[in-house]
Design a protein around this ligand. Structure first.
Ligand code: GLC
Length: 423
């Protein structure tokens, strides 16, 4: 089993969806959604010229945001490849970019201490042997569909395996392999979604593990994997499979789209993004937060602003996130707990009036302070010999710890109180 300890420690990563769909600037599924044929999609290939691309700047921004690993789309569903693959001409080197865009990105992030991951699409709307299924851009063109009935998925499968081999042999140590997309249960009547058998997933995973024994593989090949990947939602609690807690990473967008989406109005406010990260860690999970760089090769201002604000919060609150996980204590309403050994972190999502009551923690806590400035938070436990006090306070039990807060919330999006547990 590969070692997951870095993944469980780091908790926060950057997802990057970048390809020629950033030229269209309206979601990475545009070729399928708008049912665009190869000839019409070609204009995005012909105009992909990221002249401002500076991977060192991306890595710097991600580092300042507090992210520790990154996962980039080597190839998305449209089949376009960011690296100089020997298996295809449909790659960055043949666009006006005229160069491999992946190698410098891997180098730049690795230089900043990042772990490296590749997202690789197992479906492919460009490859001539990939089946025309119900997601394929040409699905409603009956003539095209009929003509494509003899496509040989085994040839595509070999292409997928060969490209995966390139990715795992030409870029040094790879820490994560993030395959997408699972849809074996889809049935359109005239076509069915592909699954593990079509990708020869057992053989694919065996090759990945042989080439990169330490790599962590996600679950989307539909035959297990090292971690689960809830997409654009926060699990209700710790993720349990067959009665056992599992490693998981929620992948989340800034605005609902993965690829650059110019006119999108669903941008999440920064306090929500921070609460999502905290929520993930409080349930023993990670968060992989996506940026879709634009066609000039930049992170847009709306993304940068959010990354920087998250980074400002993490600079002060990193020790409530990295190395932390779920706590056995139950937090009060509108709060989350994360824990690392005998440090318990109380993340306050909604500011209460004066007091927070922590059930069961009365006998357990030595000291309490705000994390952002190290200032003491006064605490008290009711005296079991003075039952009147109990009544006045509304029926608290004697094992409840009461924290006394200022009336005004400190100027911090999500304030955190660090509790030192008695050993
Ligand atoms: C989905 C989508 C996709 C995105 C991904 C990220 O499966 O097809 O566009 O890359 O999930 O989780």
């Amino acid at each position: 089993m590969p070692d997951k300890s870095w993944f469980l420690h780091d908790r926060f990563g950057l997802f990057i969806h970048w390809g020629i769909y950033s030229v269209a600037a309206r979601h990475e599924w545009i070729k399928s959604r708008e049912q665009i044929n190869d000839a019409d999609y070609q204009k995005y290939f012909d105009h992909f010229d990221p002249d401002l691309y500076d991977p060192a700047a991306w890595a710097q921004e991600a580092k300042n945001a507090g992210m520790k690993y990154f996962v980039v789309t080597s190839k998305h569903h449209d089949g376009f490849c960011l690296w100089d693959s020997a298996m295809t001409d449909y790659k960055a080197t043949n666009t006006p970019a005229k160069r491999d865009l992946l190698t410098p990105m891997v180098d730049a992030f690795r230089n900043e201490g990042f772990k490296v991951g590749f997202y690789h699409s197992v479906i492919d709307w460009h490859h001539p042997e990939f089946s025309v299924d119900g997601f394929h851009p040409m699905r409603d063109d009956v003539e095209y569909r009929t003509a494509s009935q003899n496509r040989d998925i085994t040839k595509y499968c070999e292409y997928l395996h060969s490209q995966t081999r390139e990715l795992l042999t030409q870029f040094g140590k790879i820490d994560l392999m993030w395959f997408d997309f699972s849809y074996s249960k889809r049935d359109w009547g005239w076509a069915k979604g592909k699954g593990a058998a079509e990708w020869d997933a057992d053989r694919l995973i065996a090759m990945v593990r042989e080439l990169q024994p330490d790599v962590l593989i996600n679950d989307r090949l539909e035959i297990g994997g090292d971690f689960k990947t809830p997409e654009q939602y926060q699990p209700a609690g710790r993720m349990i499979v067959n009665g056992q807690p599992v490693t998981w990473e929620a992948c989340q967008t800034l605005n609902g789209s993965w690829g650059y989406d110019r006119d999108n109005l669903d941008w999440k406010p920064v306090d929500m993004l921070i609460r999502m990260l905290v929520d993930a860690v409080s349930k023993d999970g990670n968060m992989l937060l996506n940026v879709g760089p634009n066609a000039r090769g930049e992170f847009e201002p709306r993304a940068l602003e959010r990354l920087r604000d998250i980074g400002a919060w993490l600079r002060l609150h990193g020790r409530a996130i990295y190395g932390c996980g779920l706590s056995d204590f139950t937090p009060p309403p509108d709060c989350r707990f994360t824990q690392n050994g005998n440090r318990l972190y109380l993340h306050i999502f909604s500011w209460p009036f004066r007091h927070l009551h922590l059930s069961g923690l009365g006998p357990r806590v030595d000291y309490a302070q705000f994390l952002h400035d190290g200032s003491e938070v006064k605490m008290s436990v009711i005296d079991p010999h003075q039952p009147a006090q109990n009544t006045t306070l509304g029926g608290l039990s004697s094992d409840t710890l009461t924290l006394e807060l200022p009336v005004q919330q400190p100027d911090i999006v999500v304030p955190v109180i660090e509790l030192f547990l008695k050993s």
